[in-house]
Design a protein around this ligand. Structure first.
Ligand SMILES: [Ca+2]
Ligand SMILES: [Ca+2]
Ligand SMILES: [Ca+2]
Ligand SMILES: [Ca+2]
Length: 368
């Protein structure tokens, strides 16, 4: 009983912290916004650091595009220009549109498609072509290829055929979920994995530890699906996860630290679910709820265990961290309408920070 009372007090204090932090303030472009951490934590102190821009930013990704040791950001903007934010290493970023065209971009990922060591970008749009942008090495991008016109909800980049060149997989809304295999000449071979299902999210991981990268596809109101990579550019359905949830996001984490990647299913208006990777995928007790739109699995405190970051439409970012063998809520920070999350080291201190894509609010970066 005492614990519950303490928890309620803690929750209220977190909520009031958020309210206070949501007070509007001057947030001029290219001016850092420094705030003190919202809650005390020995391991992860998050302070809001920078506001990128107010757009319909549905997707966000990070890489060090010019190899200056500081991670940069790319946003995927719906009904607007997606942009690269190059890190000036002093708390400011310089933004440049990826293209002068407006797209309905719903997914953005980093891919080195030509294997020249400079990270390039792939964007997936709503009923528009998939576009690949080449990085000249200085963080200047140009259109390299336009692929199929489809409805991309999410993109996962990995080397699925182990030829040293990045491939990518897409989750689509009732279209074809595909893997695009890199032919190493700027063209791709499309392999259909599944189709005609309302997919929302996709992640790549080696679930059966055979060295070949597999896929989990998050599906709305139908079972989410795990596909194993059989080699020879072939994927087979391995597992279907509970199908009653409004799944909006998936993440991969070794939840029980047994060397096998487990799956986090992020649900809208339902509790999140963990599926442990045993002989089959086994559902675990639920954790957290809300209007989930984004999940991030990343080791924010460099302790060897990934934190699970949950972003939702209810103004908060919740960080679950592993302690005493289980995940528990470490802290909540204000975040507005979170649409996507990415990890990167934006202040060069060796600890991963969090980039938050927000719809119709300034996208932000939290420093850790
Ligand atoms: Ca950089
Ligand atoms: Ca490249
Ligand atoms: Ca490949
Ligand atoms: Ca595998």
């Amino acid at each position: 009983m005492k614990k519950e009372v303490l928890l309620i007090i803690l929750l209220f204090s977190l909520i009031s912290c958020q309210r206070a932090a949501e007070t509007p303030k001057e947030t001029a472009q290219n001016q850092p916004v420094l705030e003190s951490p919202k809650t005390a934590s020995l391991e992860i102190e998050l302070s809001q650091f920078f506001e990128l821009e107010k757009e319909h930013t549905y997707s966000i990704a990070s890489s060090d595009f010019n190899k200056d040791g500081f991670d940069d950001v790319v946003t995927g903007v719906f009904n607007g220009q997606s942009k690269v934010f190059m890190n000036n290493k002093n708390g400011t970023f310089t933004k440049t549109p990826l293209s002068l065209n407006k797209y309905n971009t719903q997914a953005v990922s980093v891919i080195d498609f030509d294997n020249d060591g400079n990270d390039d970008i792939v964007i997936g749009n709503n009923n528009q072509p998939i576009i690949i942008f080449k990085n000249d090495g200085m963080g200047v991008f140009s259109v390299n290829a336009e692929l199929d016109k489809t409805i991309v909800e999410d993109i996962a980049v990995d080397d699925f055929d182990l030829d040293g060149f990045d491939d990518f997989a897409i989750a689509t809304d009732f279209k074809e979920n595909c893997v695009y295999f890199n032919n190493r000449d700027g063209t791709f071979e499309k392999i259909v994995v599944s189709k005609g299902i309302p997919s929302t999210s996709i992640q790549a991981a080696d679930f059966n530890n055979d060295g070949k990268i597999d896929l989990v596809i998050g599906v709305n109101r139908r079972p989410s699906e795990v596909y194993l990579n059989e080699g020879a550019r072939n994927f087979v359905l391995h597992a279907q996860l509970d199908g009653t949830q409004n799944t909006k996001a998936v993440a991969v984490v070794d939840y029980d630290d047994d060397g096998k990647e487990d799956i986090v299913i992020g649900n809208n208006k339902n509790a999140n679910k963990i599926y442990l990777n045993k002989d089959t995928f086994t559902e675990q007790p639920a954790f957290g709820d809300g209007n989930i739109y984004a999940l991030l699995s990343a080791d924010l405190d460099n302790n060897g265990f990934n934190e699970i970051v949950v972003g939702d439409y209810e103004h908060s970012l919740r960080i679950y961290s592993k302690s005493n063998g289980d995940y528990s809520l470490l802290k909540t920070v204000p975040a507005g309408y979170v649409h996507d999350l990415a990890a990167g080291d934006f202040d060069g201190n060796g600890q991963l920070d969090i980039a938050v894509a927000r719809d119709n609010e300034n996208s932000i970066i939290y420093l850790s």
